[in-house]
Design a protein around this ligand. Structure first.
Ligand SMILES: Nc1ncnc2c1ncn2[C@@H]1O[C@H](COP(=O)(O)OP(=O)(O)O)[C@@H](O)[C@H]1O
Ligand SMILES: CSC[C@H]1O[C@H](OP(=O)(O)O)[C@H](O)[C@@H]1O
Length: 404
């Protein structure tokens, strides 16, 4: 069937014709529930039997802007293939793909509506005791087994070829690494923080460090990344974690995915200025978020190093001292990328609900100033970071400076 964007009814007819999903004649209800920046997402449910699926379809443009921003449909293939690779590595942490249709650029997958999008959960100040363990495992396994250390050299090169994702990478290159640091037309920030934003535009040492981080993103094909691992791409419950939406997947530096997780926890940390009901609640939730950042790193590193010792295919992996140097670089990259991702969410095109749900412009501006200060400190101080507690120290020091 030639490409066209489906209506809710057409999505029902589409899944009805797929084998082994719904009983013949089932009454299927369909709702378009997409709230992301790019695609259509249909939730389709058998009203009697209760079974449900998700149909995600790429539009030939970026939904958030409209037809004036054309965007490749190949992102649906990238997403479906990345989900399938991740599912093989960590099946409990990724939705099951039932069907992929290249012509229609759509994927039919497991419905995760019994989970909550983590960003919403953090805004509600929920705590997820197993999240760090789960996401540490997701990161360690997906990054290790697709890297030059854990994959066969031919397999790795073939994967690099399949995941050339130029248009989606260009979005990241522009929106994460370029536009926020100059007076770009895509920027969209609270007018009250213009002085702080202009300081960033004129901060030459900061821009030099961001240029280095961007160059790493452009050139270092280290592992198959999720590519956009923010808390809006993670579904959670108290006992389960599922990672969705890897349409930005490509071969890049490992620290980029880990940094995305750090950044989004720390954006919520900054937003607690306006989200928490009182000082006690704010401090307690912030402590939880910092502890989670540390736990994500320690879970990742312990699982990654274990895989390295037991499963490495690359012989140089066993050269004395190499794994320690490698892991230190990943942490410092993650800290730098976290900083860029914090700055882009405050200054650039696509903001985050954690900050945007703060109603008062003045209170939101205070939270945004803190996010900008933390982001800059992470970028500038990343090369001194040797363990995750150093991230906590940078955040605490920055909070002290902002409030002194
Ligand atoms: N597998 C799924 N199960 C349940 N809901 C989903 C699923 N995938 C996506 N959604 C819903 O659709 C929304 C947008 O999905 P997402 O993949 O983030 O789209 P986009 O690529 O446009 O950002 C999510 O926030 C979530 O509410
Ligand atoms: C014009 S795309 C902006 C922004 O949206 C993507 O996120 P998502 O698809 O999860 O909403 C990605 O972060 C892009 O940078």
């Amino acid at each position: 069937m030639a490409y066209r964007a489906l209506t809710e009814q057409e999505a029902v007819e589409y899944v009805r014709n797929l084998p082994n999903l719904f009983a013949t004649g089932a009454t299927l209800a369909s709702h378009e529930i997409g709230d992301g920046n790019l695609n259509l997402v249909f939730h389709i449910r058998d009203e009697e039997g209760g079974k449900s699926v998700i149909v995600k379809q790429a539009l030939p443009y970026a939904r958030v802007v409209g037809e004036s921003w054309p965007l490749t449909l190949d992102r649906a293939r990238i997403e479906a293939e990345a989900l399938q690779i991740q599912y093989k590595l960590v099946p409990e942490l990724v939705p099951h793909v039932y069907h992929y249709d290249a012509e229609l650029a759509l994927t039919v997958m497991e419905d995760l509506s019994d989970h909550i999008i983590m960003r919403k959960g953090l805004i509600a100040k929920n705590r997820y005791p197993l999240f760090a363990k789960h996401i540490g495992r997701f990161l360690a396994h997906t990054l290790f087994y697709t890297s030059d250390i854990g994959a066969h050299p031919y397999e790795k090169k073939a994967l690099v070829g399949s995941f050339i994702n130029p248009e989606l990478c260009k979005i990241t290159e522009d929106l994460v690494f370029t536009d926020p640091y100059e007076d770009a037309s895509t920027n969209n920030f609270n007018p009250l923080i213009r002085p702080e934003v202009e300081d960033i535009w004129h901060n030459a040492p900061l821009k030099r460090e961001i240029a280095k981080l961007k160059y790493g993103f452009l050139t270092r094909a280290e592992a198959l990344l999720h590519g956009d691992l923010h808390t809006g791409s993670i579904f959670v419950t108290e006992t389960s974690t599922k990672v969705i939406d890897p349409e930005f997947a490509y071969y890049g530096p490992l620290g980029f995915d880990i940094g995305a997780v750090f950044a989004n926890l720390l954006l919520n940390y900054a937003a607690q200025h306006g989200l928490a009901k009182n000082d006690e609640e704010r401090e307690s939730y912030r402590a939880y978020l910092l502890e989670t950042v540390e736990d994500v790193w320690s879970e990742f590193v312990s699982q990654f190093v274990q895989l390295w010792h037991k499963q490495a295919k690359e012989r140089s992996a066993h050269v004395e001292g190499f794994w320690q140097d490698y892991v230190k670089n990943v942490l410092q990259d993650a800290v730098g990328y976290a900083g860029c991702k914090m700055l882009r969410r405050v200054i650039g095109l696509a903001g985050v609900a954690d900050l945007n749900t703060i109603e008062s412009d003045e209170v939101r501006a205070e939270a945004e100033r803190l996010a900008l200060a933390i982001g800059q400190a992470l970028i500038l101080e990343r090369t001194q970071v040797a363990e995750a507690t150093d991230i906590t120290a940078i955040v605490n020091k920055t909070v002290g400076l902002v409030h002194s």
